[in-house]
Design a protein around this ligand. Structure first.
Ligand code: G3P
Length: 221
């Protein structure tokens, strides 16, 4: 399973990349706004900066909601760097834009997926990735992971090449369950990625090893 980080924060992207397990980055307009990035040039420069840190796919979302606007914005974004993936919402014009980009070899991430029907349409339109938002479904007492399972079955039935990118991942158990049920990618916060490292027996075991080593060294001295 590929690991993407879901942030526009350059320090966090650097920290995740330094761990050696990062395969890409996803952003959205809210995450860009959180970093205070606004204005066309600032946004484009920020995507360039992210692409310099990570050698992997970087999702950059269009703001337009009409077909022509999405195509215009998406083509500018795609021209920024070979790793840019144009993120498009699953609305009617978004579906048309997915097909347009797919026919021209521009890779896409279809976002705001909350149903298997939306994921099926996105795959048929040639999306590179679909992003089901599992945390936001859990927030409304709907099983986000069950949606990933349903999409996995549908895509496998027909050998769709579209990759399932589990988004709105909030914690370590989301990541593990996504891995168990065969999500191709997960995108989540740095805290969830680093959370996978933690185990109290690792901490106590290491402390014991180091203490025993020190005792042995003192005994020899
Ligand atoms: O980038 C899309 C998605 O991952 C958003 O996550 O936590 O805002 O629901 P969240």
């Amino acid at each position: 399973m590929k690991f993407f980080i879901d942030t526009a924060n350059l320090d966090q992207i650097r920290e995740a990349a330094a761990l050696g397990v990062l395969d890409g980055v996803t952003t959205n307009p809210s995450l860009m706004a959180k970093e205070g990035i606004s204005g066309k040039e600032a946004v484009l420069n920020h995507y360039r900066a992210i692409c310099e840190i990570v050698d992997g796919d970087v999702s950059a979302e269009v703001i337009a909601t009409d077909f022509e606007g999405m195509v215009r914005e998406g083509e500018v974004l795609a021209a920024l760097h070979k790793n840019i993936v144009v993120k498009v919402p699953i609305i009617e014009d978004g579906l048309k834009a997915l097909r347009h980009f797919s026919d021209r070899g521009i890779r896409t991430n279809c976002t705001l997926i909350f149903s298997a029907g939306q994921a099926l349409l996105a795959a048929k339109a040639g999306a590179t990735y679909v992003s089901p938002f599992i945390g936001r479904l859990d927030d409304i007492s709907t099983d986000g992971l069950a949606l990933i399972e349903q999409i996995r079955v549908i895509y496998d039935n027909y050998d769709f090449e579209t990759e399932i990118l589990a988004a709105s991942v909030r914690h370590t158990m989301h990541i593990l369950h996504c891995a168990e049920i065969g999500a191709d990618v997960m995108t989540g916060p740095l805290s969830a990625i680093k959370g996978l490292l933690k185990h109290p027996l690792t901490d106590s075991g290491l402390a014991t090893f180091l203490a025993d080593h020190k005792k042995a060294a003192q005994a020899v001295a």
